[in-house]
Design a protein around this ligand. Structure first.
Ligand code: ZN
Length: 130
């Protein structure tokens, strides 16, 4: 049993709520706080496209809005053969709020890969850049 099984399961559950009528690309994410609480997120699309928010950012905003400030892992689940890493905007947000956490990518067939954020986002712009 993976240490991240509950996190991946939460991401799969969140994916069921995806609002993706335009792309039909349903994404689930789950963010684990250092308190142990898990925050799920799904992509929420909009007819203007540009206002769409990714599952990872929904999960982060939920955690932050619930008062959490420390996070130690995030999972992303899609129904694709190739695992789907976070987009560039989400990498920036994950780095800002979570730092160098493991990113657990998975699909509906149970394929799983864990990538450290430092590998996904090797030269970040962050508070130390200001
Ligand atoms: Zn994204």
């Amino acid at each position: 049993m993976s240490e991240y099984e509950a996190l991946v399961s939460a991401a799969k559950d969140a994916r069921l709520n995806a609002h993706a009528p335009y792309s039909n690309f349903r994404v689930g994410a789950a963010l684990r706080a250092t308190s142990g609480r898990i925050f799920g997120g799904c992509n929420v699309e909009n007819a203007t496209y540009g206002l769409t928010v990714c599952a990872e950012r929904v999960a982060i905003f939920k955690g932050i809005s619930e008062g959490e400030r420390g996070f130690d892992a995030i999972s992303v689940v899609t129904d694709t053969d190739s695992l789907t890493p976070p987009c560039g905007a989400c990498r920036q947000l994950i780095w800002e709020f979570c730092g160098d956490v493991p990113v657990i990518l998975s699909n509906m067939k149970g394929k799983i890969e864990t990538i450290p954020m430092r590998d996904l986002f090797p030269k970040p712009f962050d508070a130390s850049s200001l």
